[in-house]
Design a protein around this ligand. Structure first.
Ligand code: AMP
Ligand code: MG
Length: 420
């Protein structure tokens, strides 16, 4: 087996790191979903979570109406063996119904959405008719009674349950609410998410970098990922590496937000104050996960304001946010646990791995001419190489107990589309 290293005691994984599954279980068992609700105009409800079920107050459509532009007739008056000529005796347009009383031998002009005139039950599409005189229409003997007609309640039936509580509203859902005549709806309050970066080496954009300094990118990726989730965002800036400053940031964030996130300072280095601050002010639920990248990841709370201490490395920030923080925020906002969408893909290269921790590699997948998915890594995978995320369109998920992957093996991928 090429490329395989022999595991030694020196690189054994840390025994106190919990598994990815246990970390998720812990997160969902601790977090208490938001209960407060607010009433909003439906236009402002995209991505919001419904507080209550929705029962249809009306039938949609409310009337029997035409599905085509054409002519309305009574099915029992349709030609059976040879073509028949009818007299046009009125018109029914969407929004202005016909007042005619239908009689055998007559036919009524009708447009899509027009109410079916009383006595009619069938629509002949315009393109299947022939004008043979000023008010005379010929119809062949090929039509079925009841065709091209939409019935009341066909889309939504009065009194039926349309949506369950906790549903995240899509554009289609908002259209459905409008078609029911519902202009305002009760939704869950949006969670407020605060975040800050820690690190004396971090400078804001616009400042000149001195030796050893870097621009703070984590607050920008975090802001962008939070923006996708439709939450209230509170950016607390860059916090210097001192116990006092970090403590102040913890207090502000825990007072103002429902959940807060820090990046950096979460290891056990001399300038790593996140762990001791959480210990002093709140509760630590876990602080290490058997995952790569992102092993030192702290989850805790300060007076039930949930806290995630993410690592400093930019890729680790994105991976741990998407794998742990985003599901936590969704759960906080809705009470629902959303699963990642996964696909199987053929890996086109060897990937070295030892069992004992879960790995999320940055991959590019594509569909081959035969319809199969094929995936490979986006080059260098260091947790500081943000370009590996930028180039990726999926994570390659290698479960904890898995070994090295060999070219041609099938692997699980999590496509990013609609995620980042
Ligand atoms: P730390 O976890 O604080 O030891 O940080 C690990 C690495 O991530 C260091 O190389 C940091 O310079 C880098 N890093 C920490 N925070 C940020 C940030 N906000 N933006 C970009 N890089 C960062
Ligand atoms: Mg640091």
């Amino acid at each position: 087996m090429k490329n395989e290293r022999v595991a030694s005691c020196a690189d054994a994984f840390e025994a106190d790191a919990i598994s990815v599954d246990d970390a998720r279980k812990k997160i969902f068992s601790e977090i208490i979903p938001i209960k407060e609700t607010e009433k909003l105009a439906i236009r402002n409800c995209l991505k919001r979570y419904l507080a209550n079920e929705v029962i249809s107050p009306i039938d949609v459509p409310p009337h029997t109406n035409s599905a085509m532009d054409g002519y309305a007739v009574a099915g029992k008056d349709l030609p059976t063996s040879e073509a028949k000529i009818y007299t046009v005796s009125g018109a029914s347009f969407a929004g202005s119904p016909s007042t005619e009383n239908y009689q055998a031998g007559n036919i009524i002009r009708i447009m899509t959405g027009g109410v079916m005139p009383s006595g009619t039950d069938t629509v002949i599409p315009q393109e299947l008719t022939e004008v043979v005189g000023e008010q005379s229409i010929k119809i062949e003997a090929e039509h079925k009674m009841g065709q091209n007609v939409r019935h009341p309640g066909e889309d939504l039936t009065k009194g039926s349950k349309i949506f369950e509580p906790g549903r995240q509203l899509s554009a289609a859902d908002i259209g459905i609410l409008a078609s029911l005549g519902i202009g305002e709806i009760e939704v869950k309050r949006r969670p407020c998410i605060a975040f800050f970066s820690t690190g004396d080496e971090l400078r804001s954009i616009g400042e000149t970098l001195k030796e050893g300094e870097i621009y703070d990118s984590n607050r920008y990726t975090l802001f962008a990922m939070l923006k996708n989730l439709d939450v209230e965002i509170l950016d607390l800036g860059v916090i210097p590496d001192t116990q006092e400053d970090i403590q102040k940031a913890f207090i502000t964030a825990s007072e103002k937000a429902d959940l807060f996130i820090s990046t950096g300072g979460v290891s056990v280095g001399e300038a790593d104050f996140i762990k001791p601050t959480l210990k002093a002010l709140g509760n630590t639920h876990f602080w290490k996960i058997a995952v790569k990248p992102g092993r030192p990841l702290t989850f805790g709370d300060v007076n039930k304001t949930w806290f995630f201490g993410l690592p400093g490395n930019p890729v680790a920030v994105m991976v741990t946010f998407l794998q742990f923080v985003q599901p936590a925020i969704n759960y906080l906002a809705s009470g629902n646990i959303k699963k990642h969408v996964t696909l199987r893909a053929k890996c086109s290269e060897d990937i070295y791995k030892r069992p004992g921790r879960t790995e999320y590699l940055r991959g590019v997948f594509e569909q081959t001419a035969t319809g199969e998915f094929e995936v490979k890594r986006t080059g260098k995978q260091g947790s500081g190489i943000l370009m590996s995320m930028s180039l990726a369109n999926c994570f390659i998920h290698l479960p904890s107990d898995s070994n090295s992957v060999h070219a041609g093996d099938s692997v699980e991928i999590q496509p990013f589309s609609g995620v980042i």
